[in-house]
Write a protein that binds this ligand. Structure first.
Ligand code: C2E
Ligand code: MG
Ligand code: MG
Length: 734
């Protein structure tokens, strides 16, 4: 088939040969040599035929030479195969394709190179080629030197030579790409994530089935549409602008976005957008991959809520509270404004739970949470730490007056009646307050200090607030300071009297009040008597203060006797110190009353049991002088000491004030009920009137009335009030 020329033998016309290794080169030469024998044989056959068809052999020679050259230059592999697939001839491209020299090739059958799974295809193809004698093609795989290769075979048989010419091209790469494409398409269609591809103008060019399933639109409804179709008003224009900005800058964006399904339903998806560019950097497509995360998000939110919020009240729980404190501390550091932490513990909540049941206890807590939230700003946090313990974080507290107002309003809010399934319940709370950074620079210490302050509030009689700075723990440091301040308090008009009404139970009329002192401290705000009376007693300032209290009460009673009730009487609290120090200040009091035109019964004095039990000469004389002039004397907090009956008679005591620890536990059949009954009966026998302290509920009031108690004082009627507020109360129609 091939004509051998000198140039063909040394291979000089083929630059590729000169670069091949020596072995390949010699193989190529021998291919030519051996090929000549083949050619001779074929030529003979052809010449025989040609002579019959009278074709000029020299013309044939020339055409064969042309073919020969062509054969070596064709870019694809060329074989001549016999009917049993023996390789009769092959071109250079075939040698390169199969990586075998011509001689090796021509010693084997092509079928041997074909992989087992392609054998039947190849055999059928060869058979058909020889049978039909038209162009045939097929794709088979070869295995050469352990490597798989996909080839496409095109063949036509030469009936004259009983051979066929076979053109072989390597389609491995193409097949691989095709396979990858197939897989990619499969994945594209099967993937759970919704895929949408737009052109550079944001028109939808394709969507996968997951996308149509997610949005409810059909493919036909979407193709050609603009991507704005999915815009919702859940995000503002700045949000969408930021997406386009990121895409322009980096070609990429990912994040959460709300979209609307065809049926109008909103859903949240996690969206990733990537951009494809052409070789000039021009945008070709945007590929958006998204998945619906609405349920996951809701479940996460639910879990987060469960972990961070109290199930009953919906308030932040201890964990979230801790987080918020940390944030508040950071904010306080940043802005240089102190933060206040309040710990609020309900007084006697357990009693309510035990007597009214847990359902009502829960309802009470729920209502308390609502009322507490009502008292604070939106930026503040009210948390439930557990049981009946609440915490409040107050940011940016510039002065203690602000915090005082909030604490007062919290107590006031809780003081109102709670209606629980037809049952009216009253409750109070004790509040401890600590400031960051003044009271502690660490969160743990701050909490501890607020807790300590709360316990101090409890100890001081509950239903009040207390600052950590004024707690017992700090008392040693603060006391000298408070003592100094107290000296100026009178001169600077920082002391004030509040009045708590005492109601006559039989008539429901108020014509008595107890004067209770308050100190408006320039730095700490309102201080309760428990915070400073002991200091006043220790420093002796109590005498001066008591004088002021007396005169202020006298001034007030004069007004109220004139305008409200001629019987009006104000009782003041007499410190034991007044009775111990011999002096004639009581005479000056009597003189003061006389000068004002007030009778001695206009001001009463409340003393503790301890004063009567101290039988010293000085104390007795003072008490007698009060008795002689007709100034009423009450025994305060009666029942807490061990006072003898003879003392009551000896000093002509006018009133017994039953301590609120008894009144607070008054229940039908209770021990406290018995004690109260006994106290009232005994007092009445001694012609002493009885005042019940700390009356908070209608039930307590009803029981006391039934027992014949004369007067009652407590939050049920009113808390201690400023003079103006008290007047408003008196002026109120029944
Ligand atoms: P106290 O004389 O037994 O006064 C009654 C206290 O009980 C007052 O506390 C009052 O606010 C509180 N209270 C009244 N009703 C209720 C109630 O229904 N429930 C509860 N939980 N508490 C109620 P405050 O004003 O803090 O006074 C505390 C104590 O300080 C007084 O107890 C009294 O011993 C003393 N104190 C008050 N003012 C003076 C004063 O001018 N001089 C002297 N030496 N001591 C005073
Ligand atoms: Mg009192
Ligand atoms: Mg009392």
């Amino acid at each position: 088939m091939k004509k051998i020329t000198q140039c063909a033998i040394d291979g000089s016309h083929l630059p590729q040969y000169s670069e091949r290794p020596i072995t390949k080169m010699s193989a190529a030469i021998s291919r030519k040599a051996a090929g000549s024998q083949n050619l001779q044989r074929q030529l003979k056959v052809r010449q025989g035929e040609l002579s019959k068809s009278r074709i000029d052999p020299t013309q044939l020679d020339a055409s064969l030479e042309r073919y020969n050259k062509l054969d070596d230059f064709v870019p694809f592999a060329y074989f001549m195969l016999a009917a049993d697939s023996s390789i009769i001839d092959a071109n250079q491209a075939a040698e390169w394709l199969l990586g075998m020299p011509w001689l090796t090739l021509c010693r084997q059958r092509f079928a041997k190179l074909v992989c087992e799974e392609s054998q039947s295809t190849f055999n059928a193809f060869l058979e058909k080629t020889f049978a039909i004698r038209q162009h045939q093609s097929c794709e088979v795989t070869l295995k050469i030197a352990g490597r798989m290769m996909w080839i496409e075979i095109k063949a036509i048989a030469d009936p004259l030579l009983q051979t066929c010419r076979v053109a072989v091209s390597d389609i491995t790469e193409h097949k691989r790409t095709e396979r990858q494409l197939e897989l990619a398409t499969l994945a594209y269609r099967a993937i759970d994530e919704a895929i949408l591809i737009t052109d550079a103008n944001n028109r939808i060019v394709t969507v996968n089935p997951a996308f149509t399933k997610l949005t409810g639109y059909t493919e036909g409804e979407l193709l050609g549409q603009c991507i704005h179709l999915f815009k919702t008003d859940c995000h503002d224009s700045r949000f969408y602008l930021s997406i386009w900005k990121a895409l322009r800058k980096t070609g990429h964006w990912q994040g959460e976005i709300w979209k609307r399904r065809k049926n109008g339903e909103l859903y949240l998806e996690w969206l990733r957008i990537n951009t494809n560019y052409d070789s000039n950097g021009k945008v070709l497509q945007h590929v958006a991959i998204s998945s619906d995360i609405t349920d996951r998000k809701r479940a996460e939110e639910k879990m987060w809520k469960r972990a961070n919020f109290d199930q009953l009240t919906g308030l932040p729980n201890r964990y979230l509270f801790y987080d918020r404190v940390q944030l508040a501390v950071k904010q306080a550091n940043r802005e240089g404004l102190p933060m206040a932490l309040m710990l609020l513990d309900l007084d006697r909540f357990k009693q309510i739970n035990d007597t009214l049941g847990h359902d009502r206890g829960d309802s009470l807590l729920l209502e308390i949470a609502r009322r507490l939230n009502h008292c604070v700003r939106e930026t503040d946090t009210v948390a439930r730490l557990g049981g009946d313990e609440f915490a409040i974080i107050l940011n940016e507290m510039e002065d203690s007056v602000g915090i005082e107002r909030i604490a007062q309003s919290l107590l006031q809010q809780l003081a109102g009646p709670f209606l629980l399934n037809g049952e009216t319940v009253y409750i109070s709370a004790s509040i401890g307050i600590a400031f960051y950074p003044e009271d502690a620079s660490e969160i743990e210490a701050l909490l501890k200090n607020a807790d300590q302050a709360m316990y101090d509030a409890k100890e001081a009689g509950r239903n009040r607030f207390s600052y950590f700075a004024r707690t017992v723990q700090n008392a040693s440091q603060r006391q000298p300071c408070l003592a100094n301040d107290l000296r100026d308090a009178l001169a600077n008009y920082q002391l004030q009297l509040h009045y708590q009404p005492i109601m006559e139970l039989a008539s429901g009329v108020i014509y008595k009040a107890e004067a209770l002192i308050r100190w408006r401290h320039p730095r700490y705000g309102w201080l309760s008597p428990t915070d400073f009376i002991a200091i006043a007693e220790k420093t002796g300032l109590i005498v001066e203060i008591s004088d002021w209290v007396f005169k202020e009460a006298a001034r007030q009673v004069l007004i109220w006797r004139r305008y409200f009730d001629r019987r009006f009487q104000i009782s003041i609290n007499g410190s034991p110190m007044l009775f111990h120090c011999a002096g004639d200040h009581q005479n000056s009091w009597f003189e003061h009353l006389r000068q004002k035109g007030l009778t001695a019964d206009s001001i009463g004095v409340e003393i503790g049991e301890g004063v009567l039990m101290d039988a010293s000469h000085v104390v007795s004389n003072t008490l007698f002088s009060f008795r002689d002039i007709g100034m009423p004397i009450s025994i305060d907090d009666f029942g807490t000491g061990c006072l003898s009956l003879s003392c009551l008679q000896k000093f002509h005591i006018d009133y017994l004030k039953i301590d609120r620890s008894f009144v607070g536990k008054l229940l039908d059949q209770s021990n406290e009920l018995m004690f109260c009954e006994a106290m009232i009966a005994m007092a009445h026998k001694l012609k002493i009137k009885v005042i019940a302290e700390g009356v908070e509920t209608k039930d307590q009031c009803g029981l006391l009335k039934k027992m014949g108690c004369d007067y009652a004082q407590g939050y049920l009627f009113s808390k201690p009030l400023s003079a103006e507020a008290f007047e408003a109360l008196l002026a109120k129609p029944e």
